[in-house]
Structures are given as structure tokens and as C-alpha cells.
Write a protein that binds this ligand. Structure first.
Ligand code: TMP
Length: 201
């Protein structure tokens, strides 16, 4: 099973993903591989991280969707597919829904972003952690790290998430489930676990 966790910056994806690994390993007695995107270990990963950290500020807007798509395809080829082939469960913290949200524009439609990602594996389920802007900003402030490129304008990106989710459901038949992530990590993980368990029946 290939699971993706998505949400705005500060929505608690990484913490929830780590706890979901523990819950799945104990429930299914299977190895669970946790990964994330963008990922430094794969194609263009260092370049992307430097752009996000604002170390590289001069880039053509078309470069980013391509860089994320290449990073993803290499991630699929060298990690996700081999782990799935070995019978493991894979969880990715962010995936192509993030590219639709952050890399689409008037000049680069959802369709074109997905065309760049056409060879990426389709997740069995995508969880969207829905968390209020206030909670997201609070969680980001608690991290005490320099602000990255897309870590503001949460309103705009929330609207983009909603449109992108509808687009994927309508045109790509993706299985996307919204999770209320405003509560405790335990509550968030339990909601995801219930849905995964129901998919096994
Ligand atoms: P994170 O490591 O804190 O999740 O941050 C990764 C950033 O990368 C986040 O601001 C969203 C951005 N991103 C994209 O713009 N496009 C993508 O396809 C992915 C996976 C992430």
C-alpha cells in the first residue's frame, strides 16, 4: 500500500506520518517505509532545497515543476516501487498534490503539472490534513526555523489545495480523504488508521 500525507506547511504532516508508521507496524506487522518530498537523495533534491531555503533566488518559474517531477520520478524508481515490490507499506510526506498546489499557475495548468508527473505512481490513498491557518502558523513558529519560500500565504495555498483535490478526484480518480488535523496527533493518526483498516475489508 502506498499512502501519501498532504497539507499546508505547519499542518503537522511529518509528526503524524511518524506516528502512523508506529501504528501501522504494530497493526499489520509489516515494515513501513517513511519518506518525504522534496527529497535531497533524489534527482535535483539539493537544487530544490536551495530554492526553498532562498539560497537560489534566480530561477525560471517553469524550472520548479520540472525539478519536483524529476525528484518524484527518481524517488518512485529508486525507493517507492522497490519497497512496494518487497511487500512493504510506503508513506510519503507530500507528493504530486503539492506540485499542483505550489507549481501550477495561469501559465501552467493542473493538466500540465500532471502531464509532467504522468509516470509517477498513483497512491492508494492521499490524506489531506485540514488544519486552520492559526494552528499552522503557531506550529511553524514553534519550530523556530528560517521561513522557507512557500511558508506564508496559507489562505492562497488552502484555496489551491481545495481546487487541486477536486481536480484529481474528477480527472484522475485519486482516492483523497480529508482528515481533521486540528486535534492531537493521536486523534489525527486514529482517523487515518480507521480509513486504512476499512480499505482492507
Ligand atoms: P516541507 O519539507 O516542510 O514539507 O516543505 C517542503 C516545501 O516544498 C513546501 O513548502 C511545499 C514545497 N513543495 C512544492 O512546492 N512542490 C512539491 O511538489 C512538493 C513535494 C513540495
Amino acid at each position: 500500500m502506498f499512502i501519501v500525507i498532504e497539507g499546508l506547511d505547519g499542518s503537522g504532516k511529518s509528526t503524524a506520518a511518524k506516528q502512523l508508521v508506529v501504528a501501522l507496524e504494530s497493526h499489520y506487522k509489516k515494515q513501513v517505509q517513511l519518506s518525504h518530498e522534496p527529497n535531497r537523495a533524489y534527482c535535483g533534491g539539493d537544487y530544490i532545497r536551495d530554492v526553498l531555503a532562498k539560497k537560489i533566488t534566480q530561477f525560471h518559474p517553469r524550472v520548479l515543476p520540472m525539478a519536483f517531477a524529476a525528484n518524484r520520478l527518481d524517488h518512485c524508481t529508486r525507493l517507492i516501487q522497490p519497497c512496494l515490490d518487497a511487500g512493504q507499506i510506503v508513506i510519503s510526506d507530500r507528493y504530486y498534490l503539492s506540485s499542483l498546489v505550489y507549481q501550477s499557475s495561469e501559465d501552467f495548468s493542473f493538466e500540465r503539472v500532471m502531464a509532467a508527473n504522468e509516470k509517477a505512481l498513483k497512491p492508494d490513498i492521499i490524506f489531506f490534513l485540514n488544519v486552520s491557518n492559526e494552528v499552522c502558523y503557531e506550529r511553524m513558529a514553534n519550530r523556530n526555523e528560517p521561513e522557507e519560500l512557500f511558508e506564508s500565504r496559507l489562505d492562497e495555498f488552502r484555496t489551491q489545495y481545495i481546487s487541486a483535490i477536486h481536480f484529481l478526484q474528477e480527472h484522475h480518480q485519486d482516492n483523497i480523504v480529508e482528515i481533521d488535523g486540528n486535534g492531537t496527533v493521536k486523534q489525527t493518526v486514529q482517523q487515518m488508521l480507521n480509513i486504512i483498516n476499512s480499505m482492507q475489508k
